[in-house]
Structure formats: C-alpha cells, structure tokens
Design a protein around this ligand. Sequence first.
Ligand code: GLN
Length: 273
Amino acid sequence: MNIKISEAVREAKIMIEPVAQEEALQQAKIFVATIAGIDVGALSIHADMILLDEQLSDLGDMVKRRLTGEPVQYILGEWEFYGLPFYVDERVLIPRQDTELLVETAIQMIRERGYHTCLDLCTGSGCVGISIAKNSEVQMTASDISKDAIDLATENAERNEAIVTFLESDLFQGIGGKFDLIVCNPPYLTLDDMQSLQPELKFEPKLALYGGGDGLDYYRKIAWEYKRHLNENGTLLLEIGNTQASTAAALFDAKTSVLKDLCGNTRVLVVEG
Ligand code: GLN
C-alpha cells in the first residue's frame, strides 16, 4: 500500500472522529507523527512521505484502541507535563495541565520562603513531585497508597534524572517526620461526577479519582493529620475541584487562600501552617 502521511492523517481523523470529535485531527496527527517517528510540527514538511506497512499496522492498532474510548495518553504510553516527559498507563491518573498551577505555586513558594523539604502526597505518576524537584533545590519525598503507582513514578524520576525518595503510604500513615511544604492532588471527584464520567476517564484508576460522596474525603483526612507533618511556617498546597473552594477551605482550622487556574477555575487551596 502506498499511503502518504497526509492521507494517513486524513483517514485516521475520519476513523476516530466518533470518539475524538473536535480533537480528531490533532489526535490523528499525534498518532501518525508517532508511528512515523517525527515531530507533530514536522508533519506538513513530510506530507508526501510514504509510510511502511509496519507503520500503517501500528497506526491501525492505535486507531482501534482509541475507538474503544481509551485516552490518547495511555495509547502513546507517555505524556508531557510541565515541559517534562512522563510514562503513563492505566496504573495512574493522566497528568492534567490544570495541575501545573500546583507545581508553579510550589516552586515559587520554595524560592520565596526558602523551603528545604517537600512531601508530595498521592503522587501517582510522580508528575507533581518530579516537576518540583527538577525546578528547585528542594529535598523531595513522594508517596502513594498504590505500589503500582510508586513503581511507575520511580521510572519517571529515573527518566527525568530527578532525585526523589518514594514511599508506599496511605496518606500520612507511613510518613515519618516533618516537611516545609506538603503538596497533594488527591482524588476529589464526587459520586455525581463518577456517574457521569466521560468515556476516557473510565480508563483511569477509580482510586485516583473518587473522593467519596461529596469528593472531600481526602481533604478531611488531610485536615486531621497534616499539622503533625508540617514544620513551623510551613505550607500545605492542595489541588481542588472547581466547586470545592469554600467547602474544602472550611475543613482547615488555619489561614487559607484560593488560587485560580488559567481557565478561571478555583484550583489550588493554600493552607498556611
Ligand atoms: N482534575 C481531575 C478531573 O477533573 C480529577 C483529578 C483528581 O481527582 N485529583 O478529571
């Protein structure tokens, strides 16, 4: 078969349109660029390049997986977050751009407040802790209840040459000692959210998404315990859902403030220690 890159993009787009909708063209480009081994940005320069049968067969496999609703990130097996590459698969939540606010805020606080130690609770793929560690001098510890997540996060730290100590722990249960900064993107979807999940989210671990009926279970547990693990003048930074700012803040007996992401949604709760 003599199929050119431009034709492959067009065909893949048409095929994945029922699930990918308005993102079909972009996702088709990502798939074709991946199987052709070139950057998405270079596709048009290579528009007339003929693809090998082997490459077309890999493209067919990707399209088939996408048609089941599987997210692009799991199909590729990696995704970028905060400008760094991370392996991702069904063991962990896919890194979201929204979460970059948590990372930016942490890096800024480490600089401004001279923090030396940081704990990333519920680290998942490791994207938050690793991005902070790569962009500061902080000593990073990261934990997760899931051994599978810790295994993948460890690979991600190696891939990014970041120095992070990983611990398997249910929130603070296995954590000793105190930190200057604690960051956490806990599961916070509500029961209603879980019942109306987009098809892609059904591929992600429920453990990493579901925060109990009102989505606040993990904030309650953290509010109960965090003071024992925070140094004096330390800070706790929590990602929150866009309707949870006041209910989450009310759980903390401390000075709190809320930061908005680029879409104008409340996204980070700052709890002063
Ligand atoms: N922000 C994610 C979403 O809306 C949820 C992540 C989480 O529960 N921490 O899909």
